[in-house]
Design a binder for this molecule. Sequence first.
Ligand SMILES: [Zn+2]
Length: 224
Amino acid sequence: MAASQSPVLILLGPPGAGKGTQARILEEDFGLIQLSTGDLLRAAVASGSEAGRRAKSVMDAGGLVSDEIVLAILRDRMAAPDVARGIILDGFPRTDGQASALDVLLAETGQRVTAAISLEVDDEAMVGRVAGRSTCATCGEGYHDEFKRPAVAGTCDKCGGTAFKRRADDTAETVRERLKAYHAQTAPLIAYYDGKGVLERIDAMGTIAAIRAALGAIVGRVAA
Ligand SMILES: [Zn+2]
């Protein structure tokens, strides 16, 4: 392993676990750069690089960009100087096969995944958080059946409006389905990184500040 290893983090977490918020905090606190697959693809296509042109022709034909092209784009991106302090990968790898290919790529430059951080949630508590949400149809103020009810039932605290909206996909059933799909997809990846000894689990049900502190402790340790 090269002495110059900077953190290469994989952030794993289901929708609603606060992954985006925590990635932004890691960027601020440690100067890391978040690389999401979607952004990488768009930038590569816009740049007209060889890998970007290959990705474009696949996407124009309605196909799925192969792992090999994504890895080529990632290789190009990681050669840029702004990622020298470390990266957070978001959306890749998604499978243990991709994780293994990523290890091969990182090894080319003497690097490795320093930590795969799993934001762990309590599924039923997540269902309760998301499923109880509503917003005022007039001013957009957010409410929750359990955690944030208007002072006067049925009347918005802010504007006095009496109509409330709920997102159709925020039902208990759809949240449970999303979590089930996440666990099924992520289990092999968690097992892969656990086997490599780099898996870190964080309780993502705490406050943003508590999660920030737990993440900071991990990054401080692996970056040392
Ligand atoms: Zn209102």
